[in-house]
Design a protein around this ligand. Structure first.
Ligand code: NAD
Length: 375
């Protein structure tokens, strides 16, 4: 089996699908690896490091398996062989054109986002590995943008009170944001509609923000949140607006898979914050948790700095790539036979669950719906 790694083309994408350390392990276990020249450059891995690890520098699209990070462009899909296997983030629930083009090209594609989040597949969970990076960076951004200290300081010039930070959504990114803000010394509260996370929030030294929403629990299949009803959302926004007004910084990470991000921070909530406060909206990519977020921009509105960063993992390409590469390596281990040949077992729930296109068809249920394919 030959695995190839293209240089990522998407604007601002600095990650690479395999790093030399992982290439070395792969090559020792059998597969050959070809890496496009410069593929690892932005993640600080020169071609020479890949060669030392046992890879060949060459065409990144010619492998039996092509390992990528970002969804492929139309041009990149055109470079894939008709019978090739593609692994990468494919945005199967939102990038319908990409998925259709992959099916039309005859590519067998596997989306990292669609790998079932079961215990056996934890080492392949790229949503989690990259969300860890996003949560960490979001907390640093909040600290950087805030014109005040995060920690409490007792100095000869007086005592500084610690910043109050609210984290909305305590999934993987939210929990990492809580941990990072705590390490910087902020007083942290967090809220999620899944009551199961209360304990996790408290174990990180933060307080679970109790909102009297009349909600039992909003945990749905797979441990994800269900979408709240219109009345529940309205009530949540009103209750949050008051609490947000007491905060120095809000880091919002709330998401519901395949849907627009829930709107949690209204214009009124922003007005309630004191000037100089900060909102970092990690949900900017899917519409934003804050009504005033501008995706990809940092703006000041009502005296509040509102950052809507896109693709934060790409801003920390070294560790983001090395974690992602280990996720890819674990998935590849499921795709190779004892003889070192490519072998896809569609009886395996991880292989079947992550597969988006195969034999010219879209085979993933969510991707089919997104692409408007009827049974
Ligand atoms: P996500 O990115 O889909 O959502 C982020 C958070 O937003 C979630 O915690 C969600 O409950 C919350 N949210 C949604 N609507 C909200 C609202 N209206 N108000 C406040 N919060 C809201 O989530 P994620 O980080 O990908 O994690 C989702 C789940 O998957 C978690 O239960 C996590 O523990 C689980 N998980 C399991 C595995 C595994 O077993 N392999 C790995 C990672 C995560």
């Amino acid at each position: 089996m030959n695995v190839s790694v293209p240089k990522e083309q998407a604007a601002g994408e600095r990650r690479v699908a395999l790093v030399p350390e992982v290439v070395e392990r792969l090559v020792q276990s059998g597969p050959q690896v070809t890496v496009e020249s410069g593929a690892g450059e932005a993640a600080h891995h020169p071609d020479s490091a890949y060669e030392e690890a046992g890879a060949t520098i060459g065409d990144g699209f010619t492998g039996d398996v092509v390992a990528k990070v970002a969804p492929p462009s139309a041009e990149e899909i055109g470079r894939l062989g008709q019978d090739s296997v593609l692994i990468g983030f494919l945005a199967p629930l939102s990038a319908a054109d990409t998925v259709r083009a992959l099916a039309d090209r005859g590519v067998t594609s596997f989306a990292m986002e669609a790998i079932p989040r079961i215990t056996r597949a934890q080492s392949m969970d790229a949503l989690s590995s990259q969300a860890t990076v996003s949560g960490y960076r979001a907390a640093l951004m909040a600290a950087q943008e805030l014109p005040r200290f995060f920690p409490m300081l007792t100095t000869a010039a007086g005592t500084i009170r610690p910043a109050k930070v609210l984290v909305l959504g305590a999934g993987v990114a939210g929990l990492q944001a809580i941990a990072t803000a705590r390490r910087l010394g902020a007083v942290v509260q967090a809220f999620d509609v899944r009551s199961a996370v209360k304990e996790q929030i408290e174990s990180l030294g933060a307080r679970f923000l109790e909102l009297d929403m009349g909600l039992e629990d909003a945990e749905a299949a797979g441990g994800y949140a269900r979408q709240l009803t219109d009345e529940e959302q309205q009530r949540q926004r009103e209750l949050l607006a008051e609490e947000i007004g007491k905060m120095d910084a809000v880091i919002s990470t709330a998401a519901v898979p395949g849907r627009r991000a829930p709107l949690l921070v209204t214009e009124q909530a922003v007005k309630n914050m004191s000037p100089g406060s900060v909102i970092v909206d990690l949900a900017a990519e899917t519409g934003g948790n804050c009504e005033l977020t501008e995706a990809g921009e940092t703006v000041v509105k009502e005296g509040v700095t509102i950052a809507g960063p896109l693709n934060l993992p790409a801003t920390m390409p070294d560790h983001a790539s090395s974690l992602y590469a280990r996720n890819v390596q674990s998935l590849l281990a499921l795709m190779v036979s004892d003889e070192g040949e490519l072998s896809l077992n569609f009886e395996d729930e991880v292989i079947a669950g992550a597969c988006i296109t195969r034999d010219g068809q879209i085979v993933h249920e969510g991707a089919k719906q997104a692409a408007g394919v009827t049974a």
